[in-house]
Design a protein around this ligand. Structure first.
Ligand code: FAD
Ligand code: MLT
Ligand code: ZN
Length: 480
């Protein structure tokens, strides 16, 4: 098997799927949870942004850890490579096969085991979709410790495996901090049960961290326990427009000082992004703007509506008095806030509409944050105005989503961007993957993010946990 799009990549020394494997999988799962029909399998082979396409012939849909364990024993015995898949919203090509890997979908592992309102924890299977988890937490006065625009499709197991960041990491912390317990099926089918519910546990190596952000290359997460904060009783939102990026940083600093303990999100987008959600999705920005305008979304979570609203109004007023913010609106009305959030959350969707997008997800020291867009714009000037560079993202976390859109994919354009963008990011002390992971698309650039010693250690962890290399091959680690 060769992959048309990846002529330089060779399929690993894996077994091939036979009828006898399919029969065995059907015995373990029942036939309706083994998909072999081409049309049924097709969506599992293509990623969300439709830039990576695999050639898998089978999708397995276990419901329980025991079933998944039995499946992995078969795969291990026959050295069949597997690709774990959650909601398939990943943006680095990690969730779809590259060649003919067996797709293991966690979508039917969607049970919420328990919610503990007092200690603030939830235990669930890996395939629970994030907005379903939110709905189960709400009656207990809790919420998930993170939130992303993909909440309607992405799954807890996928979120853990990518170490997803999202819109409120600034306030509630990372997936590493909020995942208390994990159960995972290892490459040989054995089950590692670490379903700890405790906030403190220093019994040696923190093994669960190995599964957070390893993108299905070390094991398949089957269940987890998450720590969940109290759902805020008052939420306030401001959408702001600003003249220059320097004002975005000053406004962020002011927000930290004046909104202090209530601050929950600080997001930014440039005018290319705002124009894109307007033109492609018909979402109207209520603020006046021109082609140089920057926008910010600032949100607070608190417990006293009058106090929080006053704090937000004072912050916006002070930002305007200081000449940092040109225009702004605030709201605490849920449907209005949802509409304002759409202007930020749906940028991803608008950028992929009717065009090709080259996506980069980097962390930068704040003074360098928007320079990345300017530097790349300059570098790509010769490609003409059809090629647009834009920036948006979690400025409160130093995380820029740097996007290049073009009418179609082109090798020339890709070669002009890569490895340039990774070299530049690394040269200014940034990270080449802030929250999306390395997946398939970024694996070969790992050296821009990790030293040779660190990569050696990663390889040694991988070969110790997955000696046959069957778990999500071609992902995260560069070909050796
Ligand atoms: P998938 O895409 O199915 O898989 C992602 C990776 O995890 C793959 O390598 C896969 O093999 C592996 N995997 C999945 N499930 C398991 C499992 N149970 N065990 C082991 N490995 C597994 N990401 C952010 O971090 N922050 C954002 O704000 C954000 N916003 C987004 C907005 C949109 C509109 C979209 C489309 C994506 C966004 N993402 C964001 C990216 C994506 O949603 C996240 O990476 C998410 O965590 C992926 O979850 P998933 O269930 O879709 O995983
Ligand atoms: C976001 O924050 O919206 C995402 O991580 C998605 C993207 O980068 O496009
Ligand atoms: Zn993001």
């Amino acid at each position: 098997l060769t992959s048309e799009r990846y002529p330089n990549l060779r399929r690993g020394p894996y077994g091939s799927l036979s009828n006898s494997h399919v029969n065995t999988f059907e015995r373990i799962l029942s036939s309706e949870r083994v998909l072999t029909n081409e049309d049924d399998v097709a969506p599992y082979n293509i990623d969300w942004i439709k830039t990576v396409c695999g050639q898998s012939k089978v999708v397995l849909r276990p419901k329980t850890t025991e079933e998944l364990s039995a499946v992995m024993k078969v795969c291990s015995e026959s050295r069949l490579a597997v690709c774990p898949q959650g909601g398939n919203t990943g943006l680095v090509g990690g969730s779809v096969p590259v060649f003919d890997e067996v797709v293991i979908s966690t979508s039917l592992m969607n049970r919420i085991n328990s919610v503990d309102g007092i200690s603030g924890t939830v235990s669930c299977q890996a395939g629970v979709v994030l907005d379903k988890l939110e709905a189960a937490l709400e009656p207990e006065g809790l919420m998930a410790p993170y939130d992303l625009g993909a909440r309607g499709s992405c799954q807890i197991g996928g979120n853990i495996s990518t170490c997803a960041g999202g819109l409120r990491l600034l306030r509630y912390g990372s997936m590493q901090a909020n995942t208390l317990g994990i159960e995972a099926v290892l490459a040989d089918g054995s089950v590692l049960n670490m379903m700890n519910c405790l906030k403190k546990d220093n019994t040696g190596y923190h093994l669960r961290q190995l599964f957070i952000g390893s993108e299905g290359t070390l094991g398949i997460v089957t269940q987890a326990v998450l720590q969940c904060p109290i759902r805020p009783r008052s939420v306030n939102l401001a959408l702001l427009s600003l003249k220059k990026f320097g004002d975005v940083l000053s406004t962020f600093a002011l927000a930290k000082r004046t909104l202090s303990e209530t601050l929950s999100s600080v997001e930014m987008m440039d005018s290319v992004c705002m124009t894109s959600v307007g033109n492609k999705l018909g979402l109207k920005c209520p603020l006046q703007s021109d082609s140089d305008t920057f926008f910010m979304v600032v949100e607070t979570h608190g417990s006293r509506e009058d106090h929080d609203m006053e704090k937000m109004s004072c912050f916006v007023q002070e930002a305007m008095d200081k000449g940092l913010v040109v225009d702004g609106i605030t709201s605490n009305e849920p449907s209005r806030m949802t509409n304002l959030w759409q202007l930020r959350e749906r940028i991803t969707e608008s950028l992929v509409k009717d065009q090709y997008v080259f996506k980069y997800d980097i962390t930068l020291p704040l003074p360098k944050f928007y320079e990345a867009v300017e530097v790349l714009k300059q570098k790509l000037e010769s490609f003409g105005s059809d090629v647009q560079v834009s920036g948006f993202g979690h400025v409160g976390d130093g995380n820029l989503h740097l996007n290049v859109t073009a009418p179609a994919y082109s090798d020339d354009l890709q070669n002009a961007i890569e490895p340039f963008v990774f070299e530049w990011t690394s040269s200014v002390g940034g990270s080449i993957s802030a929250e999306h992971g390395m997946g398939f698309k970024k694996a070969k650039f790992l050296k821009y993010g990790k030293s040779p010693e660190a990569i050696r250690l990663m390889r040694s962890v991988k070969s110790s946990m997955d000696p046959l290399g069957i778990l999500n091959p071609y992902k995260v680690l560069p070909p050796s």
